[in-house]
Design a protein around this ligand. Structure first.
Ligand code: ADP
Ligand code: ADP
Length: 224
């Protein structure tokens, strides 16, 4: 049951730099995939091409049967993007922020759907709080709630635990596991090996625009 099918993607930027070099990857529905690699390895470029934000120089990508480039709007609806920082109005409430984001996708702003999303993230009792009143961990949950507001099949998390303490990291891991159980396919980028090991069904190790897929990083020594 392949949800994302990436075939031989190469991305050469206008300045001649090859950020992705013949990358292929198939992701099944419900999988958790970690993209592991140092800064500059090509993780953001790969995610941006899957979302249809960047046009690959060659190769093709389909998401849920849609061609990401030809069917950009259909693809985009299937994807929720979790950025690293909250950029929303700090004086908005949790509920309104998530409801407003859903509206941006042209979806009816039914209270019951927002309620389910907030409950899945244990944010329901914070629904009337303003974003500025929340702890760092709760703010990160709001970022995820916004990304889920249009009920996507796939969630991308960009370094979800960069620069956070151990407790918050474990909390984010629990949040991702709980979401995975609801059937969402999760793709996260990280430079922490232990995060990739802990969270992912499969790990895509990215280096210099190339990808190597493993189930555990211990396999790397055999494959390299
Ligand atoms: P695309 O091919 O997807 O349209 P471009 O190659 O046109 O992307 O990139 C747009 C511009 O941004 C280019 O001029 C590029 O040099 C510059 N740019 C953006 N980020 C970087 C980066 N990290 N390193 C080098 N150049 C960058
Ligand atoms: P990561 O997310 O793993 O840090 P990126 O995908 O952001 O890696 O970048 C991969 C490489 O491509 C880096 O060397 C970066 O400088 C380069 N790069 C990113 N965007 C552009 C651009 N628009 N033009 C030229 N080079 C770019």
């Amino acid at each position: 049951d392949i949800l994302i099918d990436i075939k031989n993607i190469t991305k050469k930027y206008d300045n001649g730099f090859t950020a992705l070099d013949d990358v292929s990857l198939q992701i099944k529905k419900g999988e958790i995939i970690a993209l592991l690699g140092p800064n500059g390895a090509g993780k953001t470029t790969l995610i941006s091409t899957i979302c249809g934000i960047i046009t690959p120089t060659s190769g093709s990508i389909s998401v849920g049967g849609f061609d990401t480039l030809k069917d950009y709007r259909d693809t985009r609806k299937m994807i929720g993007l979790v950025p690293q920082e909250l950029t929303t109005d700090a004086f908005e409430t949790v509920f309104d922020t998530v409801s407003f984001t859903r509206g941006l996708f042209g979806k009816p702003r039914d209270k019951s759907i927002i309620e389910k999303i907030l409950k899945d993230l244990s944010l329901w009792d914070k629904k009337d709080n303003k974003l500025r009143e929340l702890s760092g961990g709760m703010k990160r949950r709001v970022l995820i709630a916004k990304a889920l507001s249009h009920e996507p099949d796939i969630l991308f998390l960009d370094e979800p635990t960069a620069g956070v303490d151990v407790e918050l990291r474990k909390d984010m891991w629990n949040v991702m596991r709980a979401l995975s159980k609801t059937g969402v396919t999760i793709i996260l980028t990280t430079h922490y090996i232990e995060e990739a090991e802990e969270m992912a069904d499969r790990i895509g190790v990215i280096s210099k625009g190339r990808i190597l897929l493993v189930e555990q990083t211990s396999e790397l020594m055999r494959k390299l």
